[in-house]
Design a protein around this ligand. Structure first.
Ligand code: BDR
Ligand code: CA
Length: 332
């Protein structure tokens, strides 16, 4: 079977790096581009990290386009406590000698979707600024893409950046709101498939599981990278009182986009709180269908998202480990 073309929009960070490695190890897709955005780190560091991780994975030929340096209307502060100063924990990969693309992230997204109409799967694992800019440039993006998935939101539970908001949405709630509205009313298969904290917080990679993966790939540069990058991220969760390991947010979003049978989804309407003093970045999902009640409450009726509410935790973790192991032979 011909692999589906995939673009990852990333704020590379430890778990974004793991999503890039998962993509490299997934035969059902061909990574044709990576676009970068500020979030976990500055966009400059996100771009450098993405170039370096792709080289580690043997994907040094993949186009990397640098994107938004700040949210649509707000300022940006990276959060080094989660992923480290440079974003990859304690890992220091060799800097790539390649320059990023001359195209901007939004340009790459729009042009790739136009060139390969109906084929490109876009998976966004950072703030949605680049996707909002691409939609502003090409409002027909939902029809041009072959699929769209997001790591972001917390739909039937609380947040991680604040009690209300998940980090990717919190960084640029205006962009997220524009994206959800831009996809409203499309047929269900074209709606963003959202892997929020409802599912991503449940797929935890423990130190033991990490060690087991690395033990099976002795001497591999990928294993060395995993041992230098991931424990820092696990330590963040431990300081937060989570004993089971670090949440595999971004690889899960990609895994669900590639195989929806790993999750269960509800098609609904999502609005993003852009102004609330305590609720900024909150993803409010109408999971009860209240907007269809005879009492008009000001919500648009059209659906704009498919949100994941359950996940096959063991199924994902097994697949994740198997795919990372398959990179044992990736060139340094
Ligand atoms: C998301 O925020 C970032 O820290 C991670 O990379 C992930 O995309 C989880 O809330
Ligand atoms: Ca991310």
């Amino acid at each position: 079977m011909t692999p589906r073309p995939l673009i990852l929009d990333v704020d590379t960070g430890v778990d974004d790096a793991l999503a890039l490695l998962y993509a490299a190890a997934s035969p059902e897709v061909e990574l044709i581009g990576a676009t970068t955005v500020m979030g976990n780190v500055t966009v400059r560091h996100a771009t450098e990290n993405t170039l370096a991780v792709l080289e580690l994975a043997g994907l040094g030929h993949v186009e990397v386009a640098s994107g938004a340096a700040r949210p649509l209307v707000r300022d940006h502060e990276p959060f080094p406590v989660v992923h480290g100063e440079r974003g990859l924990g304690r890992a220091e990969l060799p800097s790539s000698t390649r320059a990023p693309s001359s195209r901007s992230a939004a340009q790459l997204l729009v042009e790739a979707a136009r060139e390969r109409r109906g084929e490109v799967l876009l998976v966004a694992t950072g703030p949605l600024t680049n996707v909002a800019l691409a939609l502003a440039e090409e409002p027909g993006l939902p029809e041009l893409l072959g699929g769209f998935a997001i790591m972001g939101g917390a739909f039937a539970r609380g947040g991680n950046a604040t009690p209300a908001a998940e980090a990717n949405i919190w960084v640029d709630p205006d962009a997220a709101q524009a994206v959800f509205r831009g996809f409203a009313g499309r047929e269900a298969a074209r709606l963003p498939l959202c892997a929020g904290l409802d599912v991503t917080d449940r797929v935890q990679l423990s130190r033991a599981a990490l060690d087991a993966i690395c033990a099976d790939m002795p001497g591999s540069p990928v294993a060395r990278f995993l041992q230098e990058a991931v424990p820092f991220y696990i330590e963040f969760y431990e300081r937060f009182g989570v004993a089971g390991g670090a949440a595999m947010h971004d690889p899960l979003a990609l895994a669900l986009a590639l195989d929806e049978s790993l999750g269960t989804f509800e098609t609904t309407r999502v609005e993003v709180e852009t102004d609330g003093q305590w609720t900024r970045g909150m993803t409010v999902a109408d999971l009860r269908g209240v907007r269809h009640s005879p009492w008009p409450v000001g919500w648009e009726p059209e659906e704009n998202a498919r949100v994941a509410l359950d996940v096959d935790v063991a199924g994902f973790l097994t697949r994740f480990a198997d795919r990372l192991r398959s990179l044992a032979e990736a060139p340094a």
